[in-house]
Design a protein around this ligand. Structure first.
Ligand code: GCO
Ligand code: MG
Length: 409
């Protein structure tokens, strides 16, 4: 089963996506997601210039060997651009193998451990009434676990909070990247945040009861001691997890947070290698692995991370914002079904425009996602539709303190 053609498709149906399509000599196609939000063209060039020429003529069934060839063979290892590119190749080859076998990918990964993957949605509000509306809208749409992000008194905009009241129209989430000439500048004040957030969770718990799983994303903005304080303050509200409390590259920071709080911790959406997790897992400093298939070297590599995590009782909680394409989302869902240590799956539904380009078959019923039993990943790329949505430059925001200092966002 030789690889005959490889295409890199960049399209912007509402937001940018980079997709790799591999076709074998016998006409089987496979898809992989290589979207790196705000830096898409770097991955496109890496694939087009350095990876595609290596693939044509290779055996499409040799997935592990191709992974090692691209990873070890490059000499320059790791990093989000490289690992997103390798992820796309790896995912496309798994798609091909599963299509050739006539099976959904999760069957090749060992078969289903559950009937569906519990998904959490993103509720947010600039104030409590908006937040409550947003939570209700998510519950009505079937979500059984909710991420809660809130506006902060004194700050104009806070990343992760939808710009208008949620609940109306199709869009009830925020969009991470915006098509502006320069990144949008948001403002930040950790003390104001720490004063406000516990009262929001207290209000949400008293309105929605003790059972609803609630999550919160700190988005890397705290120091270890601030995160420890927040984790402790949130203990009475029984969070499912506190995510990205501190910047991800500092694994030792999690030791300090862990010493002070029993609030479960999740981290890893910006990680791209199993080596980012060695301290975190072997010292049991986290409870959930946030990596996405798209940014961590593909199905092959993330399965290894999750098997390593299982040794320490740590579960999955894969990244699933809109910048993970429907191809990346489908790959996540197959793993979600097949690994024993599944925890939860993030799910920000894509727009109708996006779904015009990517024809998905996965389903969301009663709070559970299922990848479907279509052969392969279960996603088709409509290349003509993709061509109608050309790339548009877009940036993620930046964050500044009141005195202008650039802060983690
Ligand atoms: C999340 C995230 C995202 C990221 C985005 C960056 O938990 O879903 O933090 O919203 O900010 O994916 O591209
Ligand atoms: Mg996050």
């Amino acid at each position: 089963m030789r690889i005959a053609a490889v295409e890199v498709v960049v399209t912007c149906p509402g937001r940018n996506f980079v997709t790799l399509r591999i076709t074998t000599e016998d006409g089987i196609t496979g898809l992989g997601d290589a979207t790196l939000n705000g830096r898409e063209l770097a991955v496109e060039a890496y694939l087009r210039e350095h990876v595609v020429p290596l693939l044509v003529g290779r055996d499409a069934s040799a997935i592990e060997d191709t992974w090692q060839y691209l990873y070890r063979g490059a000499y320059w290892r790791r990093g989000p651009v490289t690992m997103a590119a390798i992820a796309a190749v790896d995912t496309a080859l798994w798609d091909i193998k599963a299509r050739a076998a006539g099976m959904p990918l999760y069957q090749l990964l060992g078969g289903a451990c559950r009937v569906g993957a519990l998904a959490y949605g993103h509720a947010s509000g600039r104030d409590l009434p908006e937040l409550f509306d947003s939570i209700r809208a998510h519950l009505e749409r079937g979500f059984r676990a909710i991420r809660v992000q809130t506006g902060i008194p004194g700050l104009d905009t806070v990343y992760g909070v939808a710009a208008s009241a949620a609940g109306g129209g199709d869009r009830y989430d925020y969009e991470p990247a915006r098509p502006t000439a320069l990144p949008v500048e948001e403002s930040w004040d950790t003390r104001a945040y720490l004063r406000h957030v516990p009262s929001v969770f207290e209000a949400v718990r008293s309105e929605f009861g003790p059972a609803l799983p609630l999550l919160h994303d700190g988005h890397h903005r705290m120091t270890p001691i601030e995160a420890a304080r927040l984790g402790k303050a949130l203990e009475p509200y029984d969070l499912f997890w506190l995510e990205d409390a501190t910047p991800g590259e500092d694994q030792a920071a999690l030791r300090l947070i862990r010493q002070h709080t029993t609030t479960p911790l999740a981290i890893g959406e910006v990680f791209n290698s199993i080596h980012d997790y060695t301290t975190l897992l072997s010292e049991r400093l986290i409870d959930y692995v946030r990596s996405a298939v798209t940014h961590t070297g593909g199905v092959t590599a993330l399965k290894k991370v999750l098997d390593f995590a299982a040794v320490y009782g740590v579960k999955s909680g894969m990244h699933g914002p809109t910048d993970i394409s429907p191809v990346g989302m489908a790959a996540a869902l197959h793993l979600d079904l097949a690994v024993h240590n599944f925890g939860i799956q993030e799910y920000m539904p894509h727009t109708a425009e996006t779904l015009e380009v990517f024809r998905t078959s996965y389903t969301f019923v009663d709070g559970l996602l299922h990848p479907s039993d279509s052969p392969g990943l279960g996603v088709e790329l409509d290349v003509d539709a993709a061509g109608r949505f050309p790339y548009r430059a877009a940036y993620l925001p930046v964050n500044r303190l009141a005195d202008g200092t650039l802060h983690d966002w």
